[in-house]
Design a protein around this ligand. Structure first.
Ligand code: SF4
Length: 397
């Protein structure tokens, strides 16, 4: 049965910000490309007036515009098909000059800023970008917190890394990272984080005020624009709109039947899948990717360097993720799990089946495993996915 979906007005504002963000990337110098996983260099860029660009986000944009598969194919003429499709999308885009790219494209940066803390493919990818573009690269080395060791153990080291990255940025680009400006940027980043946490908290309401596509759209604020007043303004509007829905008992769909947990990055070219679920009263209210990767910790503006170091160290280990999800599944009243076995992101796919099995054993929640890719739609069969989803929903009742 088709259920009308409520549109979140704040999403339009996110769209406007996104267009402006790409326009700034194309017009404002200096310009930096950055890795997206909790990267403290983002706030440093905004404090120094450096425009930012994110090859990973550009992968989402290209997938949503259905050009990423073509870019992946182009990249495969040079690079192995077995790497992440964000990487292939970016190289394919760079190898396709003269075309009219989505959102006007990402112009060549003046510098590359990398934190290889969350993904094993980052370092090789960004080093190859460095060689191809002939641009300098600033790296903040962040140890993988893989053992049950307190984050404090790594803190001094990472703080020194952040400080040295600030000096390098100033020297390489001739900019100044003013202390007062950095404090204000960290304060804005923390204010955004506070709204983000409040937004995710509201999603516990039954019915859920927004759907998964809304959350993925809002995610742009915390991944690409932390430390900017514009992001805080839009997050505040989104929060107020959602709060009003919760207070009035109105959900994203009229009649919520099921509350789902979605594992891994969504297939950006097939976000209609979430609409398909919502049309049937099944709302994704929880996600490891949206809830537990970015903006997971509050920042203290009175200690900007320490806060940025803690942000860099905030990537969760698999055992921590399982612990929080065991709690979240209850609090968000999840009754079904969809796993996206992501063909080209092994980093986020590793251990997912084990986590889903643990959730199933703890709460008896049914699990659907879908083989897809986050960017490359050549491996996506809509008919097959929808038929499996339909069977899953019937099982949920
Ligand atoms: S492999 Fe996964 S974590 Fe790494 S860049 Fe690709 S999508 Fe991101």
């Amino acid at each position: 049965m088709y259920r009308p979906r409520r549109v979140l007005k704040a999403n339009e504002l996110v769209g406007v910000l996104m267009v402006k963000h790409y326009r700034d990337a194309q017009t404002k110098r200096p310009h930096s490309w950055l890795t997206m996983a909790p990267n403290p260099l983002v706030e440093i860029c905004y404090a120094a007036g450096i425009s930012t660009g994110y090859p990973e986000h550009y992968g989402c944009v290209c997938a949503a515009r259905h050009v990423s598969s073509k870019y992946c194919e182009v990249a495969e003429s040079v690079y192995t098909p077995d790497i992440c499709s964000y990487i292939k999308n970016m190289f394919g885009y760079m190898m396709s000059p003269g075309e009219s790219p989505p959102l006007g494209g990402l112009p060549t940066p003046d510098v590359l800023m990398v934190t290889p803390n969350a993904c094993v493919e980052y370092f090789k990818w960004w080093d190859t970008l460095r060689v191809r573009l002939g641009k300098p690269m600033i790296v903040i080395d962040i140890p993988q917190v893989v053992e049950t060791v307190d984050v404090e153990y790594y803190l001094d080291y990472v703080m020194a890394e952040v400080e040295s990255a600030i000096s390098e940025t100033q020297q390489l680009l001739g900019v100044r990272v003013d202390e007062e400006k950095l404090v204000e940027t960290v304060r804005l980043s923390d204010e955004l984080t506070a709204y983000w946490h409040a937004i995710l908290e509201l999603e516990k309401a039954v019915p859920a005020p927004v759907g998964f596509n809304d959350l993925n759209n809002l995610l742009f604020l915390v991944t690409a624009m932390p430390g900017t007043p514009e992001a805080v303004k839009v997050a505040k509007k989104a929060y107020e709109e959602m709060k009003q829905r919760v207070d009035e008992g109105r959900g994203v769909v009229e009649e919520e039947k099921h509350r789902l947990l979605f594992f891994n990055i969504p297939p950006w070219y097939a976000l209609g899948l979430m609409n398909y679920l919502e049309d049937r009263g099944a709302v994704v209210v929880l996600s490891d990717y949206v809830y537990h990767v970015w903006a997971t910790i509050r920042l203290d503006p009175s200690k900007p360097i320490e806060s940025l170091a803690r942000k860099a160290l905030s990537v969760k280990r698999a055992d921590e993720l399982l612990k929080v999800l065991l709690r979240d599944v209850k609090e968000y009243r999840v009754d079904g799990v969809i796993i996206h076995s992501n063909r080209s992101c092994r980093v986020l796919s590793m251990g997912l089946l084990d986590i889903a099995r643990a959730l199933h054993e703890a709460y008896g929640i049914p699990v659907l495993n879908l083989e897809m890719d986050h960017v490359d739609e050549r491996v996506f069969s809509q008919a097959e996915v929808l038929s499996r989803v339909e069977g899953f929903l019937e099982m949920l009742g």
